[in-house]
Design a binder for this molecule. Sequence first.
Ligand code: HEC
Length: 206
Amino acid sequence: MLTTAKVALVLMALLVPVAKFLGVLEPEGEPQYTSDGQMKFPEHYREWVYLSSGFDMSYSSEGSGMADHHMFDNTFVNPEAYKVFVATGHWPDKTVIVLESRMAKGRGSINQKGNYQDEQIMGVSIHVRDDARFPGKWAFFGFDGGQTGKMIPTTATCYSCHQDHGAVDSTFVQFYPTLLPIAKAKETLAARYLKEIMAPEEKEPL
Ligand code: HEC
């Protein structure tokens, strides 16, 4: 006769591989790398937590930037990191934030005004926190349709702009409307960011 313990063991033996296969046991958002230091594309990022979308965002005030087309960008974060942010107002180790750019479309189907997002992805970049791996804790990777992406060198302006202007931990939480109130409540907004949004006369001269 089978004891309860034996039944439990048999069930575990059967269920663990199934759970692993379904990705239930392993945190899906953990960053993965190839032996030559590239990051593996997190193919299920569309099942992660949606942060926000930008429309035609540009970092320079001159010109329209996009003469003949509009662009959307969408950001997603791995659920494990999102939960920690909600609890603490900071991003934990192994945070992966995906920025996906898509072409905007105007007229199509029944749409007459405004814009919607095209199927075509124009590019994906990732901001990842991995303390053991990167001396500055965070790194950027660029993907152009492949299964792996190269790390962007730390001398690139990506790092300085994010460091100087990102509201929390070098990420642009000021543009993620559900996260900004959390950062305010937990008082985790970066000092530089707080200075930046103060009235110009209160700012120290550059
Ligand atoms: C001049 C400032 C600036 C520079 C330079 C810049 N970014 Fe950003 N980045 C932003 C802003 C603003 C956002 C918020 C975008 C949004 O809300 O859609 C952002 C968001 C992101 C995100 C989403 C995660 C986060 O940190 O908030 C990624 C990934 C990203 N940028 C990658 C890059 C990469 C890769 C480069 C360099 C090739 C780069 N950025 C250069 C301003 C910058």
